[in-house]
Design a binder for this molecule. Structure first.
Ligand SMILES: *[C@@H]1O[C@H](CO)[C@@H](O)[C@H](O)[C@H]1NC(C)=O
Ligand SMILES: *[C@@H]1O[C@H](CO)[C@@H](O)[C@H](O)[C@H]1NC(C)=O
Ligand SMILES: *[C@@H]1O[C@H](CO)[C@@H](O)[C@H](O)[C@H]1NC(C)=O
Ligand SMILES: *[C@@H]1O[C@H](CO)[C@@H](O)[C@H](O)[C@H]1NC(C)=O
Ligand SMILES: *[C@@H]1O[C@H](CO)[C@@H](O)[C@H](O)[C@H]1NC(C)=O
Ligand SMILES: *[C@@H]1O[C@H](CO)[C@@H](O)[C@H](O)[C@H]1NC(C)=O
Ligand SMILES: *[C@@H]1O[C@H](CO)[C@@H](O)[C@H](O)[C@H]1NC(C)=O
Ligand SMILES: *[C@@H]1O[C@H](CO)[C@@H](O)[C@H](O)[C@H]1NC(C)=O
Ligand SMILES: *[C@@H]1O[C@H](CO)[C@@H](O)[C@H](O)[C@H]1NC(C)=O
Length: 248
């Protein structure tokens, strides 16, 4: 192999790394529907199929209706309440009152900085706007779970920390691998340059009986290229003046 050709491939490789890597670095899951979020790499979460299930209940005092608003008013509620009339998550407090923790439209997808986990987060103002309830449902993938299980991790003030274990809360492919235009161009470039050099070498060998460096198609051009590039760069950095160009 010729050193100049190796250099050419090295440049292609570096270009490929720069073009392809930024696409895979972002693991942020962007809400696409109230039930799904999707990352740039086409992977994501889809809990749509949970909404056909009965409500998911934790410890009899939190009821979650995934992806849709339902009447979640607790039967235990002591008063005629409309609070959880039509909502996605409802809490029965110590006074046996149903408290609305959020409508399905209020759900947002958030990933903690340090983790790849995803939380479905609800922030909801109490009816008199004096309290903001914040409910984080940490989705945990449990491939072998038959039932979906909602657990209360902690309740601190008006912050509710829940976990939802389910086979429906796993990271799945939602979109076929979306190659960026740049990646496609680099792949095409690699394919065609390989075809060009390998096919060219074979053709030269077969038709002209070429050996050694002669096997490189358009050898004169390629051997001049590094020099041309160097001159071009020097010309550019010297302020493109004719004088300095002539000095090169
Ligand atoms: C939820 O209900 C259980 C009993 O069903 C009770 O022990 C627990 O204290 C309740 N938790 C809250 C936060 O009300
Ligand atoms: C919601 O459910 C509660 C308890 O089951 C019931 O008392 C109430 O009438 C229902 N409200 C609506 C709007 O269906
Ligand atoms: C409330 O009671 C009604 C009828 O008694 C029942 O159909 C419904 O499932 C109960 N709701 C809850 C959340 O327990
Ligand atoms: C509950 O609602 C029913 C019908 O909507 C009403 O007749 C009853 O008086 C209400 N009870 C209370 C305690 O508000
Ligand atoms: C409660 O439900 C009834 C009947 O579905 C509806 O007319 C009413 O507006 C609801 N109230 C609230 C506060 O959501
Ligand atoms: C809440 O309801 C339960 C079950 O009916 C009852 O045992 C309890 O005393 C009630 N708590 C309050 C504060 O009313
Ligand atoms: C997460 O990142 C944001 C901004 O980068 C920062 O303000 C916040 O404190 C971080 N949170 C944690 C828990 O590290
Ligand atoms: C607002 O409502 C909450 C219960 O939902 C109650 O504890 C609080 O005292 C109310 N605040 C005002 C200013 O009415
Ligand atoms: C919620 O609970 C999990 C597991 O117990 C914990 O790692 C996380 O820090 C908690 N988050 C909040 C906001 O309390």
């Amino acid at each position: 192999m010729n050193i100049k050709m190796d250099l050419c491939y090295l440049r292609l490789l570096i270009l490929a790394i720069f073009v392809i890597f930024p696409c895979n670095s972002s693991a942020q899951c962007i809400k696409s529907t109230p039930c799904t979020c999707i990352r740039e790499d086409g992977m994501g979460y889809d809990i749509t199929s949970l909404n056909n299930k009965k409500y998911v209940v934790a410890e009899k005092n939190i009821t979650f209706s995934p992806c849709k608003n339902s009447n979640l008013t607790f039967n235990l509620s002591r008063f005629n309440e409309t609070e959880c009339n039509s909502t996605s998550i409802c809490w029965l407090n110590a006074k046996n009152q149903s408290i609305d923790l959020g409508k399905f439209e209020e759900g947002v997808w958030e990933s903690p900085n340090d983790s790849k986990n995803v939380n479905l987060v609800f922030r909801h103002n109490s009816a008199n706007k004096s309290i903001i309830y914040e409910t984080k449902i940490n989705l945990i993938c449990c491939p072998n779970c038959v039932k979906s299980i909602l657990n209360i991790d902690s309740i601190i003030g008006t912050k509710y920390n829940l976990t939802l274990l389910s086979s429906k809360t796993c990271l799945i492919r939602l979109k076929s691998l979306g190659l960026s235009t740049g990646s496609v161009l680099v792949i095409l470039l690699c394919v065609f340059s390989s075809l060009y050099f390998i096919g060219g070498a074979v053709a030269l060998k077969v038709f002209r009986g070429a050996v050694g460096l002669e096997l490189i198609p358009n050898y004169d051009f390629w051997s001049d290229l590094p020099g041309l590039v160097r001159d071009g760069v020097a010309f550019t950095f010297s302020g493109c003046s004719i004088v300095s160009y002539e000095r090169i």
